[in-house]
Design a protein around this ligand. Structure first.
Ligand code: TXA
Ligand code: MG
Length: 310
């Protein structure tokens, strides 16, 4: 997608005035605001109806800029070099003299940071002299937004501006890894755990379903399309929409496909938009076929499992 400088300027102007703007990233759309401003960050919570104790991810252009706010360690440097910009979020120690708003961190001394790859997000970050706090641009506990139209559906005219960057290419949120001690995955995401493990060349803990919640993305009920979902379904019930991993010759009007030939990458990209479409098409419930539990399929299954707790 071509970068439209006038649109980026418009977003920049609003962000400089402590307003919220929806921005495209390669994972999902973010609801962005100046991470150094209490006023701006308060608006994110209000718009999303997000509980105040759920801290925000902060987006940076690069690690030179992040140096002002967080301390680094070897694991961070390794993963940064290999995967950034890209779909991975790091939990790091916040520096005492950091300017990050206390609203972002809920007064904790850690920060979730990410370096988005989307060229429009990067082009915007280059123009700003602050990083962007940006949770996913959806109402709290609902399915993330992967297009400007999704954002509009959730926020209507309450949002001042949506910066159009087309459909998010990955379609699943970033993988969150806590690097303060032994590397620990807090949320499965768009970067596969096995690839991270290989890069670190050591064991990593996966704490995606903890008894104690340390990252609210781990909440059991999340990513909900607002209608019930049944998983691993071979036989659907009357009136259900059927969500299938690949195109099926015996297609019917209530069949929805995540990919042409079973590609998990393509399925990830289409997951949230298809869940939203089924809801829009007025189905009252969704049956999902078995999705292979490998690679990105693990993230897809994680999201569907949480969505099914509705
Ligand atoms: O791909 C993504 O990560 C997208 C795009 C917009 O960057 N953002 C996103 O944000 O998914 P959000 O807020 O929907 O999910 C971020 C998760 C939340 O569950 C939050 O609780 C957790 O990150 N988080 C934020 N700060 C944290 C911290 N200091 N320690 C642990 N978890 C944290
Ligand atoms: Mg979210």
């Amino acid at each position: 997608m071509k970068i439209n400088l006038a649109n980026i300027k418009k977003a920049q102007k609003l962000l400089n005035k402590s307003e919220c703007v929806a921005i495209p990233t390669e994972t999902v759309y973010g609801l962005a605001a100046n991470a150094y401003s209490d006023t701006a960050c308060k608006k994110i919570y209000k718009l999303k109806k997000r509980p105040k104790n759920n801290p925000l991810i902060v987006h940076y252009l690069n690690c030179q800029i992040l140096k002002k706010d967080c301390s680094f360690n070897n694991n961070f440097i390794k993963l940064y070099k290999k995967f950034c910009p890209g779909p991975i979020t790091f939990i790091l120690d916040l520096k005492k003299n950091s300017k990050i708003s206390k609203i972002v961190t809920n007064k904790q001394n850690t920060l979730a940071v990410r370096f988005p790859k989307h060229p429009i997000a990067r082009s915007l970050l280059k123009k700003l002299n602050f990083p962007l706090a940006a949770p996913s641009a959806n109402l709290s506990s609902k399915v993330s937004a992967v297009t400007p139209a999704d954002v509009k559906d959730d926020f209507g005219n309450n949002i001042k501006y949506i910066l159009d960057g087309g459909k998010s290419s990955i379609g699943l949120e970033s993988t969150i890894i806590d690097l303060r001690n032994k590397p620990k995955i807090l949320r499965l995401g768009g970067l596969e755990t096995s690839i991270i493990k290989k890069a670190l060349n050591k064991k990593i803990i996966i704490n995606n379903n903890p008894s104690k919640i340390s990252s609210p993305g781990q909440f059991k009920i999340h990513y909900s399309p607002g209608i019930p979902i049944r998983l691993n379904v071979k036989k659907i019930r009357n009136g259900e929409a059927y969500l299938l991993i690949k195109k099926n010759k015996r297609t019917k009007s209530n069949y929805y496909f995540l990919s042409k030939n079973g590609s998990l990458r393509e399925a990830s990209k289409n997951l949230y938009s298809t869940l939203r479409k089924i809801k829009k098409d007025k189905y009252k419930s969704i049956a999902v076929c078995k999705i292979p539990n490998k690679g990105l399929g693990k993230t897809i299954n994680d999201r569907l499992m949480r969505a099914s707790k509705f």
